[in-house]
Write a protein that binds this ligand. Sequence first.
Ligand SMILES: C[S@@+](CC[C@H](N)C(=O)[O-])C[C@H]1O[C@@H](n2cnc3c(N)ncnc32)[C@H](O)[C@@H]1O
Length: 767
Amino acid sequence: MESPCKESNIPLYESSKQEPSSKAIEVSVTKNIAQRVQKVESKGPLERRCSPRLRNIPKEKRPCYVEGQRMVLDAAKLDVCKKEVEVESTGPRERRPFHDADQRWGLGATKGDVCKKETGDHNRKRPSELPGDDASKRRTYMDHSMQEWLPNIDRKGRENGQSRSRLALGSLPFKVDDAEIELEDNAYLKWTDYQSFVADAIKQKASAAVKEAVRTFNSHCLNFAQVEEKRYEKVEVRDPQVANCTNTATFTISFSVSVSPSLEADLGLCDCYANPMKTLQKGNSSADAKRSSNQSILKEISEASILVGHKFFSRDDMVATGFRGHWLNGIDYIRKLCGKLNKDNKYSSPVAVAIMLSGQYQDSVDCSNEVVFTGQGRNDLNGSKRQIKDQVMHCSNLDLKNNMELSVPVRVILEHEYADSHSGKVYTYCGLYKVVRHWSVKKASGFSVSKYRLKRLQGQPKIEIDKSVQVARNVILPPSASGCDCKGKCTNPRSCSCARLNGFDFPYVRIDGGRLIEPKDVVFECGPGCSCGPSCINRVSQHGLKYRLEVYRTASKGWAVRSWDLIPSGAPVCEYFGILRRNDELDNVSENEFIFDIDCWHTMNGIGGRERRQGDGSVSACDPVKKADVKMDESESEFCLDAGSCGNVTRFINHSCMPNLFVQCVLSTHHDIRLARIVLFAADDILPMQELTYDYGYVLDSVVGPDGKVKQSPCYCGTDECRGRFILIIYNDFFGIDVLGWLRDLKLIILSGGTLISCYLLVIIKE
Ligand SMILES: C[S@@+](CC[C@H](N)C(=O)[O-])C[C@H]1O[C@@H](n2cnc3c(N)ncnc32)[C@H](O)[C@@H]1O
């Protein structure tokens, strides 16, 4: 039978009854796009993708990040430029080597450009041409280019025995055409070449603009994709043929499983639980043929027990090892070893040995202490897999009920989608569970199914499926939020209560396994309180690592992270894991670079210097977000994730002033924003092997070291937009400097005409 999932069968038009003419398709698509454009336009220009927490940092404290802000900065610079400065000169200008050629080009181009642009004075005289200028004493202007200004500072610095290692400066290219600029190692560069450097810098600026445009484009694309997906969903509802094709998204689950010797043998249970190979040897009718064909494989692993947490990469593997008796059934049973004893003291009623949670029936989706399982049978295995008759209490369903009556535990295996496995799935052995309750329920289809609640036996190794935020003892997690009551997966944003919280829309589109359309203050995902299943689009960030991430060593920043796969913009990359702690617990901790403040509440409410962000649908829909007993003027976040002693790959991701990831707060299990999950999403399409970075986004002057002084860390992100330091940038100090007072710490972030230099200069000027 031809698969209904062929792309050609997925109509791009509204009506599913008749094949529309190509004209009709065109009109419909055009109309939709036109509407969407209107919608996008009415929102105003799309901002560059960046974390809301960053966008909320006031402009003057977040310099050079977007164009508008640069203007603010430039205006402030102008003030400095206009000030007349007296500089004492003690001798003829010398050729001085630059410490770093790039750095110097940056100085010259930017400072010069800024001053010229702002003052409009392009014919300013050079110091050498100023009246009264001589070798020993002359006047100069702060609004001269940096080449003219900094050498004087340099000289002062040397006279005062200051280290100038970062501020070694070149000669002054006053005679523009024939001047040479001395580089390190006695190399010289012509002034004309210098100008070409400036031109390069301008090109770099242009490339940044292109990047910006691509980001905006991507954002628009995702908006369009959302429209198309909605149209597709509409068609799906009407057309059962197409209904089978919907769940094409593949999610990767990454497991961090703690495997330790199985406790099963100690549990005093039937042989079949202690060693699956024994199950195999004793035999179970339906699987015998399959097993005998796998004898050779089985021999090799003959005495091996399957440990809790073991992963199989196909159903066949489980049958081959005798761990399961049948590759298709959801329930495995056994007659010979266990079960009800009849009057001849022989086992008559079988019991279940293993069950598989596949998510097909909205079963539980993780190896938690309590799981819900749906019985098997009476569904359309050749087609939609939908229920076509009532399930009945016989065969395997009865066996599992027997387990409850006889207090015999059952193995639980969890099936997840996993792109890298040849079967596209991975099967994790969660351990032994006892059946505690059984009931029957009518499904939306009108047919009833058997349900079982199972509890995990104590004393078995813990299994963590990349949900490894550990909680400090003094932190109490809020109760689970009641979720939506959509069946299977959420499709209608009007009826789904979780979509409502996101501004009456789903924040994700389905393409590439789920991509976030745009950053939001907070994303409300479906969680354990929802009745939708794992394939729901509104659970995108809950599927663990999907891309192959590598931790590698860099020259200047220590460890860093990159991906081996292309990551499309808007895709979830990783979640920040660590120990969830109270912030005040860490007050006395001096050196821990791996703490992530959960400051979503502050971002949303403009607390602690952050500006309240406008125009985010999620904010207005945040009524259920509670922050009980917390004063609004509180400037510190209450909780943080401490990855100092325990964390995942995210702890190795470095800061960049022009990052390719952004931070997104996500709420799924509860609605307490103070304890939101921190998920990093791709801001751009990220090529394989590119370093992954996000903006640490510290509010300026907010990080104080153990010595009580404001912490300063030079940034080596090396991007065009580098702000010099990733912890803080004290622009106010710079602008407020009393230059004529001549005794100051002058802190400069040096900008080039496109290349921002990854360092900051501390210049001490003494009268
Ligand atoms: C969360 S850790 C990141 C992983 C770190 N590179 C490592 O080797 O463990 C943060 C620390 O990395 C370094 N770092 C991160 N981004 C940096 C940047 N742009 N420039 C310089 N150092 C950076 C700083 O030492 C910072 O305190």
